[in-house]
Design a protein around this ligand. Structure first.
Ligand code: GLA
Length: 416
């Protein structure tokens, strides 16, 4: 834990010294340093696929309920996702009852979560997985359920009592001018429970819309991950829009990323049918090179084999989970068609590269590795980590041709 002695700046030096000597110098506000998210978190969550379906009579298989969560936990444990590193099973909005209970605590909707939230946490843990939940900083969640405003400590404790391991704190119905005080207060409340709870914040997202600057140093001190852009949907144009936001702001976003604290470009929509297989592959490659959380929003009970294979590609996941935690950088663009992203890996001189083809026909580009900033005199060995095949040796200064599928990606791991 890191102690942040905010109060000391407000008191006289003499008094601070006297308290220090008396051993009475205690922390007022802790930073989040909870030891979590040393690499980007991986898991599954309800939102983009199941949205706010609360009608279990009409849609018993797809409504937000304990059954849905347990079925997904089963699929994660039995179908290889857990072995590949996916561990959080997360509720998003619409899980709670419309009212708090008599003690003001949040409660799961009694019809959809009849066994109770603690029992759900226990089930998820019994499958060797972790339990994530959604809350909102303001008075109401984005779908109109009770928010946490005025109840930060109580809600943090309630979640800890249920065995929650991760919390997304959305920012609907809230006052943006209070965030720099309020988000740290929630981080403090989580820490005070004594249970390590990974903290995802929607803190930076709206600030620019109110003409406010984003202070990522402060945010990274209190949040493990943070959303900074609009919601993803199952559309190629939206995947590209998010990628473009990351490219445009990369000089600010790259330094913000590292072990314990990561940018969150939103969930993965690999598995749903809104993207072609090549687009889904490119989306997964991009989220991996961005060191983004890999939280799948899909139906693991009904997923095609090619999409499942994308999500279980251990070589691509290894790039995302590289211990350096560096976010990749856009280094080169071929007109408006092909973008080249490069990420440094923890093994000396090792790199990951994504060629992103935005265009609806295959593209061939010719370039030397030197153009990507890779200048080793002895050249490099290249491996295609999407198809798991070695490409072979490449001289750094010579130009070679690379072909990228239509609205798709080529992803390579490179070492001298
Ligand atoms: C916001 C968030 C989404 C989702 C919904 C739920 O739009 O950005 O990720 O949590 O709220 O209502």
């Amino acid at each position: 834990m890191t102690w942040v002695p905010v109060v000391v700046f407000r008191m006289s030096l003499k008094l601070a010294l006297a308290l220090f000597l008396l051993g009475a110098f205690y922390p007022i506000l802790e930073a989040l340093d909870n030891g979590l998210a040393r690499t980007p978190p991986m898991g599954w969550l309800t939102w983009e696929r199941f949205r706010c379906d609360t009608n279990c009579k009409k849609n018993p298989k797809n409504c937000i309920s304990e059954n849905l969560m347990m079925e997904m936990a089963d699929r994660m444990a039995e179908d290889g996702y857990k072995d590949a590193g996916y561990e959080y099973v997360n509720l998003d909005d619409c899980w709670s009852a419309k009212e708090r209970d008599a003690q003001e605590r949040l409660q799961g909707d009694p019809e959809r979560f009849p066994s109770g939230m603690k029992a759900l946490g226990n089930y998820i843990h019994s499958r060797g997985l972790k339990f994530g939940i959604y809350a909102d900083y303001g008075t109401k969640t984005c779908s109109g359920f009770p928010g946490s405003w005025g109840h930060f400590e109580l809600d943090a404790q309630t979640f800890a009592d249920w065995g929650v391991d991760m919390m997304k704190l959305d920012s609907c119905s809230s006052n943006v001018t209070t965030y720099s005080k309020g988000y740290p207060e929630m981080a403090h409340a989580l820490n005070a429970t004594g249970r390590p709870i990974l903290f995802n914040c929607k803190w930076p997202f709206v600030l620019p819309h109110y003409g406010m600057k984003i202070n990522y140093t402060l945010i990274a001190e209190y949040c493990n991950t943070w959303r900074n852009f609009w919601d993803i949907r199952e559309k190629w144009s939206l995947v590209l829009m998010i990628v473009d936001y990351y490219a445009l702001n990369q000089d600010v976003l790259i330094p913000a990323s590292g072990p314990g604290h990561f940018n969150d470009p939103d969930m993965l929509v690999v598995g749903d049918n809104g993207l072609t297989v090549d687009q889904a592959q490119a989306h997964f490659a991009m989220w991996s090179i961005l060191a983004a959380p890999l939280l799948m929003a899909n139906d693991l009970r009904n997923i095609s084999i090619p999409r499942r294979n994308i999500l279980l590609n251990k070589e691509v996941i290894a790039v995302n989970q590289d211990p350096l935690g560096i976010m990749g950088r856009l280094v080169l663009q071929f007109s408006d068609r092909v973008n080249l992203w490069v990420k440094q890996l923890s093994k000396p001189q090792e790199w990951a590269v994504v060629f992103l083809n935005r265009y609806p026909s295959p593209q061939t580009v010719s370039l030397s590795l030197q153009q990507l900033g890779l200048k080793s005199l002895s050249g490099y060995n290249l491996r295609d980590i999407i198809t798991h095949s070695d490409i072979g040796y490449r001289d750094s200064s010579k130009k070679y041709k690379y072909t990228i599928p239509a609205t798709g990606a080529l992803m390579m791991r490179i070492h001298p």
